[in-house]
Design a binder for this molecule. Structure first.
Ligand code: BGC
Length: 422
């Protein structure tokens, strides 16, 4: 009897404590687990800033980091967590991926937040379209990156008296001089997504019409176009201007080479700018930015967005707070300055923008004629096709014995084989 009393008492106390503690915690603080791939110094700073501001609204940001450049593997992690009924409350999903998850009914619809915040008026039209599926809003946009960016070590170029190349022909003219001075002309890793990022800018240099029919419309005939062959061969021949051997390194390692003056230029999305700033370098002083050769008229873009997973009724209020916060003008200005991207707003605060950001935002906001959605960064086509194209381009880059006609044929087969879902 004594034993039973003791047992009941313990259970009762536990129940009281559970109710009190849970109530207390819920009243004090909610938390959101966010799955993302931002791991570099500048990416961490940008995340830290959002987390701090979210904290001011009594919501704690809990990191679920999948450390991989450009989110390689993040989709797999998210899918397996969904299957294991262990979904995070928030995930970084970009571009077409938002639509694909929304179609499966897995995302929280953010229509009420968007209506309250007048997102339709606030956002640049292309961004507003990116976050919608079937007329409903499924993501909160953070910033627009320009993929066809080229960063250069300004002091190095000045010292050698070299002009920043606007075309690949100009690049070829100055590259031997850099090499003779013991400097790697182009900082580049052989990691598949990084090779494919360079490649897509080279395709764009052959024509925006070609780019759109290859990757956006997936027009099979375009894969036989000689300009695609030219871009493939240019990619392969650019190897002689990269470090030797070309290592499969993280993109941050290439930024370091550029910052330390071991390499002169780097073609990559403008998250590189965020990283150069985080290293203490100054725009227009230590480094400069330009369009990737031959692409000055275009803005090859991706948009970073956060989507809310729908399986967490209790987290809804906190999820909506995060979505609303993403669009606040001051977060937009501060976050994007750290991250290297530009605000998604139609009328952002321009005072804080540096020359690179101003150029990027102005070109993007000039309208759809200048905007080209990035294949590699998930804006042009679904992930299966993207992954297959990236793998094929990587194979062609590494293996000099693959004939260019072969690569074109194989890329054409990929484009034809998979059913278009947009
Ligand atoms: C994302 C950026 C990120 C970069 C490198 C891109 O796909 O849009 O936010 O900084 O990958 O990981």
């Amino acid at each position: 009897m004594k034993h039973i009393d003791h047992h009941i008492l313990r259970k009762a106390l536990a129940a009281v404590c559970l109710a009190a503690c849970a109530g207390g915690v819920a009243a004090r603080e909610q938390s959101l687990q966010v799955l993302h791939w931002w791991k570099s110094a500048s990416e961490r700073q940008a995340v830290g800033m959002i987390a701090r501001r979210l904290g001011e609204h009594d919501v704690r940001w809990r990191d679920a980091l999948v450390p991989s450049g450009s989110g390689v593997g993040a989709g797999i992690v998210l899918r397996s967590r969904m299957l294991a009924k262990d979904a995070p409350e928030v995930a970084q999903l970009n571009g077409i991926v938002v639509r694909d998850w929304a179609r499966l009914g897995l995302l929280l619809e953010l229509d009420a937040v968007a209506a309250a915040g007048k997102w339709d008026k606030l956002l640049l039209p292309t961004v507003a379209a990116t976050i919608k599926h079937d007329g409903h809003v499924y993501a909160a946009p953070l910033g627009i990156h320009r993929i066809n960016s080229m960063f250069y070590n300004r002091q190095l170029m000045l010292r050698l008296g070299l002009a920043v190349p606007a075309t690949w022909a100009e690049f070829e003219r100055i590259a031997p001089r850099l090499q003779r001075a013991g400097i790697v002309p182009l900082a580049q890793s052989s990691e598949p997504w990084q090779v494919a990022t360079l490649f897509e800018t080279m395709v764009l240099a052959e024509g925006a019409d070609l780019y759109r029919s290859l990757f956006h419309r997936r027009d099979a005939a375009a894969y036989a176009d000689p300009r695609l062959g030219a871009a493939l061969l240019r990619l392969r021949s650019a190897k002689r201007w990269m470090g030797s051997p070309i290592r499969e390194s993280n993109w941050v390692d290439s930024v370091r080479e550029l910052a330390e003056g071991r390499a002169a230029m780097m073609v990559m999305g403008d998250w590189v700018k965020g990283e150069l700033l985080a290293r203490g370098l100054a725009v227009d002083e230590d480094f400069g930015c330009a369009a990737a050769p031959g692409t000055g008229r275009y803005h090859l873009y991706n948009v970073d967005t956060l989507s809310m997973l729908g399986a967490h009724a209790e987290a809804r209020a906190a999820q909506e707070k995060l979505a609303a916060l993403a669009l606040s003008p001051s977060l937009q200005a501060d976050y994007n300055m750290i991250k290297g991207s530009v605000p998604v707003l139609a009328n952002p605060a321009r005072a804080k923008m540096d020359a690179c950001a101003r150029a990027s935002w102005q070109l993007f906001s000039s309208g759809t004629a200048a905007q080209v959605p990035s294949l590699v960064h998930r804006m042009a086509t679904d992930e299966i096709v993207r992954d297959a194209i990236v793998a094929e381009v990587h194979r062609f880059f590494l293996n000099d014995s693959v004939p260019v006609e072969d690569a074109q044929r194989r890329l054409g087969t990929i484009a034809r084989t998979y059913i278009k879902t947009q």
